[in-house]
Design a protein around this ligand. Structure first.
Ligand code: CA
Ligand code: CA
Length: 371
């Protein structure tokens, strides 16, 4: 059976990576990336930065820092967040205790709850989803071929296809008839061979499998975030809120994420401005400085899927169960509507086999803070 959408489908064999393992990753990074690692450089200027902010009745004091190349974004709920210039477009989230999950699950069967208190070591998180431009640089440097390209097809939302294409393609599943299997759809031909990414170079890369995502992150010396890291990053220092910014989805009439408005799957009113993907830099940052943690595209995480909270690796740096069939994805996508896929919440979760690819599934990378 072909690689496909959701747990109702079988997986395919694991692909060989162009850059597998830390050693090769380093070699590939040296050979193929223009990223500059200034971690051994002396501080650009050393001083101390103090800033006091008042929010409501709460007074927050930014700690003193000796600034190197980093720029302090702020401190939220006792979590220090800094922009790391030598780790381009990443933020550092300091170690601490966090609460993930919810005691008010929307989808109980997904294992959204109960809430858990966990401890995480410090880590870095990409500010945005990986873009087509980012992925193109990886492919140019390594010659990497994605699993969708090797398999010869991927899955596209029917509403994004031209009429001629849509009438000729087989449906994937009765449960989700809006997904169609398109020959030669891939990251650079998102709706099939007649489409391209010329005007979407800053949109998130899609049609990438979990295996493809791992290969990309390793090329940069990074890795996928664990589910716990992803959820902590999504919450942006807020406690027990649905979204990265609070509980109201459209505060002050301003959209903060790319989902589906109207009637799914027949009428997308695009009130947020986008029918399909949006640029990875669109929509406001959360308090950690991260964009599109919910919506735009689903994001792969490191963890194997289980609904059993007791089997997700404990309370210290949990990284999921040791084995599994599907990988956890988080955040929902531009196709999610409250009536159908109300999973554009930080606690929400879903799953796909590691070789699944689709037009609404992407990723971002993370990196351990202890290096
Ligand atoms: Ca939208
Ligand atoms: Ca996203």
């Amino acid at each position: 059976m072909k690689t496909s959408i959701g747990k109702i489908f079988e997986g395919k064999s694991t692909a060989l990576f162009v850059c597998a393992g830390i050693f090769l990753s380093v070699l590939c990074s040296v050979a193929g990336t223009s990223e500059t690692d200034n971690s051994n450089e002396k501080p650009a200027h050393c001083g101390f930065h103090r800033q006091t902010t008042t929010k409501g009745n709460r007074k927050r004091e930014i700690r003193d820092y000796c600034l190197t190349n980093d720029h302090i974004l702020g401190i939220y709920e006792n979590t220090v967040v800094t922009r790391i210039n030598h780790l381009k477009n990443m933020v550092r989230i300091e170690s601490g205790k966090f609460v993930i999950g919810t005691n008010d699950p929307i989808f109980v069967a997904d294992g959204e709850g109960p809430k858990q208190q966990i401890y995480l070591d410090s880590f870095y998180m990409d500010e945005t989803e990986v873009s087509n431009g980012d992925f193109a640089r990886f492919v140019d440097a390594t010659g990497y071929r994605t699993e969708a390209e090797k398999f010869g097809d991927s899955f596209v939302f029917e509403g994004l296809l031209g009429e001629n294409v849509a009438t000729d393609v087989p449906l994937v599943a009765a449960q989700a008839p809006w997904w169609v299997q398109i020959e030669n759809a891939s990251w650079h031909h998102p709706e099939g061979p007649d489409s391209d990414i010329e005007h979407r170079i800053d949109h998130p890369v899609v049609h990438v499998s979990w295996n493809d995502a791992v290969a990309y992150c390793e090329w940069l010396g990074k890795r996928l975030p664990t589910e716990a890291e992803w959820e902590v990053a999504c919450r942006g220092g807020l406690s027990d809120r649905l979204y990265p910014w609070g509980n109201k989805f459209v505060p002050n009439g301003r959209y903060r994420a790319n989902t589906w408005q109207g009637d799914f799957p027949t009428n997308n009113t695009k009130e947020d401005g986008y029918e399909s993907t949006s640029p990875v830099t669109e929509f406001p940052r959360n308090k950690y400085g991260l964009r599109n943690m919910i919506g735009n595209v689903w994001e792969w995480t490191f963890d194997w899927w289980t609904v059993d909270v007791g089997n997700r690796g404990g309370s210290t740096n949990p990284a999921g169960p040791p084995h599994g069939t599907n990988k956890v994805k988080k955040g929902g996508s531009y196709l999610c509507h409250e009536s159908y896929c109300f999973r554009y919440r930080c606690a929400a979760r879903s799953q796909n086999t590691p070789d699944t690819t689709a037009g609404n599934l992407g990723f971002r990378c993370a990196l351990s803070g202890k290096r």
